[in-house]
Design a protein around this ligand. Structure first.
Ligand code: NAP
Ligand code: G4F
Length: 361
C-alpha cells in the first residue's frame, strides 16, 4: 500500500508516517520549498519515507505529485493551523486551510480517483457551540477565519464524495497534543515554559484566557483513528475526541504540579493574548468512532501533560548541555563526552522526541 501525507512535517504528520511505516506502507510526504529545511519531527524517518515538493496553494504541484505517486490513501494534514494567525493572515489561511483541500481533491479526481482521502477537519468548526457534547450532527458556528476555512474543507470533502463518488472522509478532530506539538499552542507553550522555570531559565509565564476549556487528547491516538477511518467499507465522517473537558487553569495546575510548583506564583495575564472571538468550551462525543471503528483513546489528560512536561525537561536540559559543550569547545577543552552528548540522530530516535524550540516561539 502506498500513502501520501500532506503536512508530514507537522505534529500529526510525523505520528501518522510512523504508524503507516509500522504497517508496511510505502510513505510519501509533501513538503514545501524552504530556504532552511525544518524536518525535526521526521528526522528519524527520512531514510524510510519519500519526500516530494509541493504546496497546497499550487494546483500544478499537487497534480504532478498525485500523477507520479499514484497513492492508495491520501491524508490531508497540511494547514495554517494556528488560530490566532488566522486573524492576521485570513486570506492565506483561507487559501491553504480551505481552498487547499479542494485542490488536493481536484488532483485526486483528475489523477487518482480510486484513492481514499482523509481530511483533517476540526472541532473549531463548532465554535460557539450549539449543543454539548458535539457530535457529527451538531451544526457549525466557527469563530475564527481558521474555523471558517475548516468548514469549507469539511463540506468540500462531503461534496466530492457525493458529487464524484470519491472515498472521502472528514475526521473532526478535537484538540490533540504531544511532545511534538508546536510551541505556540497552549499545552506545549505551558509545558515548555514550566520546564524552563524549573531549570531556572525563566521566571514568568504570560497567558491569555484562562477560562477556555478544551477536550485534549494524545496525537498518536488520533492519527490511529484517521487510519482506521480509511479501512472502513464506506467513507464517513467521525468525531474524534476523549469526551472529557479541562480548563486552561486545570492545564496550568497539572503542568506546574508535575514539577512540584504552584502555577499561581508564576502566571501573569497578557491582554494581547486574548482572541477577538473565543471558542469557550469544547467537548466531543466520539460514540460513533467507538462503535464503528472500535477506537478508544489510550492516553488521558494527566498522563499527556506529564509526558509533555517530562519531554520538555529533556529538551531544556539538552539545550543546556549543548551550550555548555559549545563553550567547552570555545575554551579548547571539549572532548565530545559528558555535557556535549548532542547527537541529533540519537535525540530524534526518542519515541516522542519533542520539536526543538524555534526562534520567535
Ligand atoms: P501542524 O503541526 O501545524 O502542521 C501543519 C503542517 O502543514 C506542516 O507540515 C506544514 O508544513 C504544513 N503546511 C502548512 N502550509 C502548507 C502549504 N501551503 N503547503 C503544504 N504544506 C503546508 O498541525 P497538526 O497539529 O499536525 O495538525 C494537522 C492537521 O490537523 C491540520 O490540518 C490541523 O488544522 C488539523 N487539526 C489539528 C488538531 C490538533 O489539535 N492538532 C485538531 C483538529 C484539526 P511546514 O512544516 O512547512 O510549516
Ligand atoms: O492551544 P490553542 O492555541 O488551540 P486552539 O485554538 O483550540 O486550536 C487547536 O485546536 C483546534 C481543534 O479544536 C485545531 F483545529 C487547531 O488547528 C489547533 O490545533 O488554544 C487553546 C485555548 C484557546 O481558548 C486560547 O484562547 O487556550 C487559550 N489560551 C489561553 N492562553 C491560549 C493562551 N492559547 C495559546 N495558544 N496561547 C496562550 O497564551
Amino acid at each position: 500500500m502506498r500513502a501520501l501525507i500532506t503536512g508530514i512535517t507537522g505534529q500529526d504528520g510525523s505520528y501518522l508516517a510512523e504508524l503507516l511505516l509500522s504497517k508496511g506502507y510505502e510513505v510519501f510526504g509533501i513538503v514545501r520549498r524552504s530556504s532552511v529545511k525544518k524536518f525535526d519531527r521526521i528526522e528519524a524517518l527520512v531514510d524510510d519515507i519519500k519526500l516530494v515538493e509541493g504546496d497546497l496553494t499550487d494546483q500544478s504541484s499537487l497534480d504532478s505529485v498525485m500523477h507520479s505517486v499514484q497513492p492508495d490513501e491520501v491524508y490531508n494534514l497540511a494547514a495554517q493551523s494556528f488560530v490566532p494567525v488566522s486573524w492576521n493572515q485570513p486570506v492565506l489561511t483561507g487559501d491553504v486551510t480551505g481552498l487547499g483541500v479542494m485542490r488536493v481533491l481536484e488532483a485526486i479526481r483528475k489523477h487518482r480517483p480510486q484513492a481514499k482521502f482523509l481530511q483533517a477537519s476540526s472541532s473549531e468548526m463548532f465554535g460557539k457551540v450549539r449543543e454539548t457534547p458535539q457530535t457529527e450532527k451538531t451544526p457549525f458556528h466557527p469563530r475564527s477565519p481558521y474555523g471558517v476555512a475548516k468548514v469549507f474543507g469539511h463540506y468540500i470533502t462531503v461534496n466530492y464524495r457525493e458529487s464524484y463518488g470519491l472515498f472521502a472522509c472528514s475526521a473532526i478532530g478535537f484538540n490533540h497534543e504531544s511532545p511534538r506539538r508546536g510551541l505556540e499552542f497552549v499545552t506545549r507553550k505551558v509545558t515548555h515554559q514550566v520546564a524552563r522555570i524549573k531549570c531556572g531559565h525563566a521566571k514568568k509565564l504570560s497567558m491569555g484566557n484562562l477560562d477556555a476549556q478544551r477536550d485534549w487528547g494524545f496525537a498518536a491516538d488520533y492519527v490511529r483513528a484517521m487510519w482506521m477511518m480509511l479501512q472502513q467499507p464506506e467513507p464517513e465522517d467521525y468525531v474524534l475526541a476523549t469526551g472529557k473537558t479541562h480548563s486552561i487553569r486545570e492545564l496550568l495546575a497539572a503542568a506546574f504540579g508535575a514539577v512540584g510548583l504552584d502555577w499561581e506564583e508564576y502566571v501573569e495575564i497578557d491582554p494581547k493574548l486574548m482572541r477577538p472571538a473565543e471558542v469557550d468550551c469544547l467537548r466531543g462525543d466520539a460514540s460513533k468512532a467507538r462503535e464503528k471503528l472500535g477506537w478508544e483513546p489510550q492516553v488521558g489528560f494527566e498522563e499527556l501533560i506529564k509526558m509533555m512536561v517530562e519531554a520538555d525537561l529533556e529538551v531544556v536540559q539538552k539545550a543546556e548541555n549543548g551550550i555548555a559543550f559549545a563553550a567547552s569547545l570555545r575554551n579548547g577543552n571539549g572532548n565530545g563526552n559528558g555535557n556535549g552528548n548532542g547527537s541529533s540522530k540519537a535525540e530524534s530516535g526518542h519515541s516522542h522526541a519533542a520539536a526543538a524550540p524555534r526562534s520567535g516561539d
